[in-house]
Design a protein around this ligand. Structure first.
Ligand SMILES: [Zn+2]
Length: 220
């Protein structure tokens, strides 16, 4: 999974991450920036918090690519996309989670574009990098500030508590909040999506490619 800033993975897909780990999926988070341009906290603090959140979620691997926050990727888009391509080829994910591109934050939009590009580059054998080509099976977009025309809603009622704890690991970002009073409309959004599937909480995900139904039995 790729995230623009430390804390975005947790905010957008924390429940889905915990659910994947419970089902024995191997999950890795790659943050593109350390969020150093944010008004709260410092680069060092946010990296420590990201590590704490990693432990809460139970994620095996978390890396930070150190791209400049707020300038993402401003100067050399190609170089940035190739750096991400190299990571995709190194870890060979079958599923890649990407921020949804309609969002008020320019870094979230940039991440959406650049990671989508990198998924495409990863399968092109004529792009020679440190690792051989790799085809990502599913690119799945998660919501941050924007709202997608979701392809599916994932019930995260059981996982919501851990998502919350992981978000609250970012103490520098959410000083005035608590486990009882979460930042932004995180809880409301998850409740809203939950209400649509008769669950307590859910997260929304969008796919550009159709989600294939192999037979009717899959629906039952
Ligand atoms: Zn962000």
């Amino acid at each position: 999974m790729f995230a623009p800033h430390p804390d975005d993975a947790e905010l957008g897909a924390g429940g889905a991450i915990v659910k994947a780990i419970s089902a024995d999926f191997r999950v890795g988070i790659i943050d593109l920036t350390a969020g150093e341009m944010g008004s709260l906290g410092t680069k060092e603090i946010r990296l420590v918090e990201a590590e704490e959140a990693r432990k809460v979620l139970g994620v095996e691997l978390r890396q930070n690519l150190g791209f400049p926050d707020a300038f993402l990727p401003f100067e050399d888009k190609k170089e940035a996309a190739l750096k991400i391509t190299n990571k995709i080829r190194e870890f060979k994910p079958k599923i890649v989670l990407i921020p949804y591109w309609e969002d008020r934050h320019p870094d979230h939009i940039a991440t959406s574009f650049i990671v989508s590009k990198a998924c495409h580059f990863a399968k092109l054998k004529k792009i020679e990098l440190d690792h051989p080509k790799h085809k990502v099976k599913h690119k799945i977009f998660y919501e941050l500030n924007g709202q997608s025309k979701y392809t599916f809603l994932m019930d995260i009622s059981k996982e919501f508590q851990k998502k919350k704890e992981a978000i609250m690991s970012f103490k520098s970002q959410f000083k005035e909040f608590s486990m009882e009073y979460l930042p932004f409309p995180v809880e409301e959004r998850c409740k809203y999506y939950g209400s649509m599937i008769k669950a307590e909480y859910a997260e929304a995900f969008y796919m550009k490619e159709p989600l294939v139904l192999k037979d009717w039995a899959t629906l039952l």
